[in-house]
Design a protein around this ligand. Sequence first.
Ligand code: SF4
Ligand code: SF4
Length: 377
Amino acid sequence: MINETIGKLGFGLMRLPKNGEEIDVEQTKRMVDLFMDAGFNYFDTAWAYEGSEEAIRKALVERYPRDSFYIASKHAGWIAGKEGDEALKLLDESLERAGLEYFDFYLIHNAGEWRTGYFDRNDLWSWALEQKQASKFKHLGFSAHATAEELEQLLTDHPEMEFVQLQLNYADWENPVIQSRRCYEVARKHNIPIIVMEPVKGGMLATPPASVEKEFHDFAPELSCASWAVRFAADLEGVMCVLSGMSNVEQMEDNLSYMKGFTGFTEEERAVLAKAREELDKIDLISCTACDYCAKVCPVNVAISRTMYAINCYRLYENLESARHQENLGTALYGKKFARECIKCGKCEEVCTQHLKIREHLQEAVDLFGSGAPEEK
Ligand code: SF4
Ligand code: SF4
């Protein structure tokens, strides 16, 4: 049972401002001050967010009383290939980097697919409970980029989880790959508090297609497009906190301007959002339903449906970096291959339920994204 007073807006620390290769700690401090002054208090870091735990130590932990903020970190030993005793050290490393004796929230980072097997193999679920009993953190949960079925299984297998972190956004609400609505409904069925990640879809919904932007601006020209995405998530029942991965003071100020005092959408605002979604639906996209029949026959294990999703992201938002990130997620998270490794055997097209020219789309991905960005996790 989580009985804490958490602000609805959380500061996601994955995309902190940078000076060259280094995190810009001075700007981070200004962002932290604005955030705290506005009455918000939840910070989300992770062992895997390079430099983030150290940065928040300097910008927050060493400057504010311990009882004035909540801080979450996450265990993702699968990223670093840590097994056995090595895997168990990650929590202590995170605490040391952040300069803390305990975290308020701790997460199994990105369960689902083969990654669940990693946590099972190292029995990190029971280990995490022991660490909670040893007061290394107060609340245990997990994050997931999972299908609704996987999420159902995880929540059924792990009733000890106190909260779940999900990617929910209005654009992916009905998307067959991301399954935002279905995952939300599973979490609600299990009556578990939800923390929302990626409400702005890695920044893509800050600059949506022109027709969508028009709906928003016609209604309220003073509000940013990102505000609709963040408030959509905050408006959902059962959501404890919405994380926004802010990268500069301007983004922080924008987020605070509409989240401070936000108590929910009006019916009029919900209607605007529904119209914006209708506009999104009109855009010509690859009609992949993520049924993954193709995945069962591909001899190379290409991340076909995820690649289709990445191409669609590009068609919608024309943001190459963010779309490439989606392609990388498809390979890194699911242990699959990039489009460039397709041998063009055509087996996938024989079984495609939507009769798609998969090979042509994969070539489109190679032309768009190149060989993928290996630095992505
Ligand atoms: S054409 Fe490419 S993606 Fe399709 S089954 Fe063959 S290797 Fe896999
Ligand atoms: S079989 Fe076709 S529709 Fe189904 S996931 Fe593959 S590409 Fe998409």
